[in-house]
Design a protein around this ligand. Structure first.
Ligand SMILES: [Zn+2]
Length: 555
């Protein structure tokens, strides 16, 4: 008894003392002497940030943060550099791209035709005679400011006479050389391959294929499907390179429609090994394309498991397609959703609402958006969607009245400016109306919750600073002014960080540099807020932390 009493008393005393002098453990890491663009609600600018484990513990002035340091705290002098929260892309088809990423000749950030030609020659040499040289979207010939013309078959023949070449511009068209036409079985006098959409193989007056395949996703996809993918044994290495490229561009989190299982498995493995350098939030759904498939899909919706509570990999939305026939083609000018199709769409949406699932749905053309909103109005009367963050995605054509309807329904807007690479095509199709696509100022003024994504890696390019540049200057890649409704740098950055955190259901963890949030930060080579607007697109990260760990650049 005595022993026990003696033993107990000092323990109680110790607890009392420690709670009286409670000092939080010192931070592991301090970044000081920088320009910390916190993107908090007041858009505070600070000098230093303290990190313990994977979270931010303090943000403030240099002296104040330095006073928190302990003997084991590592301090990094930022030497005046600007720091922003990790950038989030709320909609990029990223995992699918791993299967081709290292085989693709990606043209993001390539602004001269000469550079593109040099890259193509080098790739052909590396591939050896007969090896494919290709890319699957993410670029446009207008980005080559020195010579913004489409590629010709002859030009590609000269650059790579011994290799099949296929260069896909967004989902608009593919440029092929002679070897590629031959390899794909497209000859002057032979019939079109059966899987090719009739009329999409462009031919000259003599009937000879010009090397251009044109006709939206239905025409470009059959070509892409024939291109070689990385071997399954190389998928992990390709995924490594792809994620590195995303970090290099400033991205720390991505909303991903259709998370490919094989790539997801690799990322899960890295997560358990604590070496995953990007956060992935999947958007998943059955994507039925016919009434029969809808019957099957309806039974599956209720079984979907969203929100496992993980801040590195999680599934957060149903999407991005509700019913295939109402999935607007990218380059269509007008849609005509029929009552039958809309009735099916509503049955699906009703089930999604009934099961309490968030919805992230592809919606682009004006009439489609109106029709979807009519259905959502009806769904909302039976199963209120407030709080479910139902989101219309892409919405380059949305107008002020539609935004108002969305806002009243408590909906969100995931904005993917296709014009960053497709601006010239959109102006050709929509005339001056394209200057308001997307209506960024209307979105900003409406007060709706909205955030940026790209819809890369094929439909659009993937670089967030290119998107921010477009939002601020209205210029597409290559410099042509295609958007009238520009917004401030601050509002653009907020839409790519703090507001986007809502689109991955991580607003308590991500999107700003504040105590308590996960330490996802990007140190930049120049100051986003003061650099001339023409240079925003050229900003490069020099260091990046994800969850308090350096994943890119070394201090
Ligand atoms: Zn889409």
């Amino acid at each position: 008894m005595t022993m026990r009493t003696l033993f107990t008393i000092p323990v109680i005393a110790l607890i009392a003392v420690s709670s009286l002098t409670a000092q939080p453990a010192p931070p592991d890491l301090i970044l000081s002497n920088g320009k910390i663009i916190t993107v908090d609600e007041r858009f505070t600018i600070a000098q230093a940030v303290a990190i313990r484990g994977n979270r931010i513990v303090a943000v403030g002035a240099n002296a104040e943060i330095a006073s928190l340091a302990g003997p084991n705290t590592r301090t990094v002098d930022l030497r005046g550099r600007a720091v922003i929260p990790g950038l989030i892309d709320n909609h990029m088809h990223l995992l699918r791209a791993a299967a081709t990423w290292t085989k693709e000749l990606r043209f993001e950030g390539v602004i001269s035709r000469k550079q593109a030609a040099d890259m193509l020659r080098a790739r052909a040499k590396a591939a050896g005679p007969g090896g494919w040289v290709y890319n699957i979207g993410g670029w446009t010939h207008q980005q080559f400011a020195d010579d913004p013309r489409p590629f010709t078959r002859e030009e590609l023949d000269q650059l790579a006479p011994d290799n099949p070449v296929a260069l896909q511009e967004s989902y608009y068209q593919v440029f092929l050389n002679s070897r590629a036409l031959q390899t794909l079985g497209i000859q002057a006098n032979t019939p079109d391959p059966p899987e090719f959409v009739k009329g999409t193989i462009q031919r000259d007056a003599g009937g000879k294929p010009t090397g251009i395949i044109r006709g939206d996703i239905a025409a470009t996809r059959p070509v892409a499907a024939k291109l070689p993918k990385v071997a399954s044994g190389e998928l992990e290495a390709a995924t490594t390179e792809m994620i590195k490229d995303m970090n290099r561009a400033g991205l720390t989190s991505v909303g991903v429609p259709g998370c490919s299982a094989d790539v997801l498995e690799i990322l899960e493995k890295w997560k358990t090994q604590e070496r995953l350098g990007i956060r992935i939030f999947c958007i998943e759904g059955a994507a039925p394309g016919s009434p029969e498939q809808v019957d099957r899909a309806l039974g599956q919706i209720g079984k979907m498991k969203l929100f496992q509570g993980d801040s590195f990999i999680d599934t957060v939305f149903y999407g991005e397609s509700v019913y295939g026939p109402l999935h607007d083609p990218m380059f269509a000018l007008k849609s005509n959703p029929t009552p039958d199709q809309l009735e099916i769409w509503r049955r699906m949406a009703m089930e999604i609402a009934k099961d309490g699932l968030p919805l992230h749905v592809h919606a682009e053309l004006h009439d489609t958006i109106d029709a979807f909103l009519d259905q959502i109005d009806a769904v909302n009367k039976e199963h209120p969607i407030k709080g479910l963050r139902w989101t219309l995605a892409h919405i380059n054509q949305i107008n002020a009245a539609q935004l108002d309807r969305m806002k009243r329904l408590g909906m969100y807007a995931a904005v993917h400016p296709w014009a960053v690479i497709n601006g010239a095509i959109m102006h050709e199709g929509f005339g001056d109306g394209a200057y308001d696509m997307p209506p960024l100022r209307d979105l900003q003024n409406s007060g709706i919750m909205w955030g940026f994504g790209t819809d890369g890696t094929a439909a659009n390019q993937t670089l967030p600073f290119q998107t921010l540049s477009f939002a601020v200057t209205g210029e597409m890649v290559g410099g042509r002014k295609v958007l009238r409704q520009t917004i401030s740098r601050e509002d653009a950055l907020i839409a790519h960080t703090r507001k986007n955190a809502y689109f991955v259901f991580q607003e308590d963890n991500l999107g700003s540099i504040q105590p308590g949030k996960l330490a996802d930060l990007v140190v930049l080579d120049r100051d986003y807020l003061t650099v001339p607007s023409a240079e925003i697109k050229d900003i490069k990260p020099v260091m990046m932390l994800v969850g308090g760990r350096f994943v890119y650049g070394t201090p």
